[in-house]
Design a protein around this ligand. Structure first.
Ligand code: ATP
Length: 235
């Protein structure tokens, strides 16, 4: 579904991504794990074409490097940005419907709205509440729900666990698994929390200072000494 080859990103003199290679098959949850500043956000922003990059990004066999960000959203490649970026002065339901602004299939939009409410009952209890008054966890649910309202084929999540309590993280990652299992949605998950990311994903890539160090099945990576020492805080 997505094939990234020799991807480079520069910020002025800083070479942030140094030739990344990875791919995602339809129906997979893939995680990109790495510490602060490793290049995870830059990777997602390059795929969504929010920043300039060099190399090849093929989505469903089409080169998308030169397409503008809106076109990419139209191709159902949807990113949930780091820090949620919900509309604070709009209600929960208005936020969700903003996700569907490019769609015209009204009946399916209503069906998807009910699906989001089933997935996140806390949002259903708060349809009229302003986005800005939600807790961090609820805002993350809203950001994911809004992305689902765009009918994604590939959903990219940038650090959904950031700043949240463990119990809320569990709830959100359980929902990510559920969407994948029920709808076969393909997911690219970028995380610093290697533990939860590897428990959720099928495969993982470890990224440091703009390079992929190694890759493998998520279960194998969870038990890999290099991952345990560097990302799970074990000796
Ligand atoms: P974090 O979890 O902190 O967001 P990350 O793995 O997502 O980290 P990136 O945000 O992609 O990492 O950053 C990769 C590198 O690029 C870092 O060295 C960062 O300082 C640099 N960088 C990111 N954005 C910019 C920018 N707008 N201008 C200059 N340098 C940047």
């Amino acid at each position: 579904m997505l094939k990234v080859k020799d991807l480079h990103v520069y910020y002025g003199g800083i070479h942030a991504l140094k030739g990344l290679n990875f791919q995602i098959e339809k129906g997979e949850i893939i995680t990109l794990i790495g510490s602060n500043g490793a290049g995870k956000t830059s990777t997602l922003r390059a795929i969504s074409n929010l920043i300039k990059s060099k190399g090849s990004i093929k989505y469903k066999d089409q080169e998308i490097n030169d397409l503008n960000a809106e076109k990419i959203v139209g191709m159902r490649l949807i990113q949930v940005p780091e820090g949620r970026r919900i509309f604070t002065a709009l209600s929960v339901e208005e936020n969700l419907l903003m996700g569907a602004y490019l769609r015209k299939d009204n009946e399916k939009i209503e069906e998807d709205l009910q699906y989001v409410y089933k997935l996140f009952p806390r949002l259903k209890e708060r349809t009229k509440q302003y986005g800005g008054t939600l807790s961090g966890g609820e805002q993350q649910m809203l950001a994911i729900g809004r992305a689902l309202m765009s009918a994604p084929e590939l959903l990219m999540l940038d650090e959904p666990s950031m700043g949240l309590a463990p119990i809320v993280i569990e709830e959100i990652f359980q929902a990510i698994k559920e969407i994948n299992q029920e709808n076969g949605l393909t997911v690219l998950l970028v995380e610093q929390n290697a533990n939860i990311a590897l428990q959720t994903a099928h495969r993982g890539y470890v990224i440091e200072t703009g390079e992929i160090l190694f890759t493998g099945n998520a279960k194998d990576l969870l038990h890999d000494d290099r991952v345990r020492k560097a990302y799970l805080g074990e000796e």
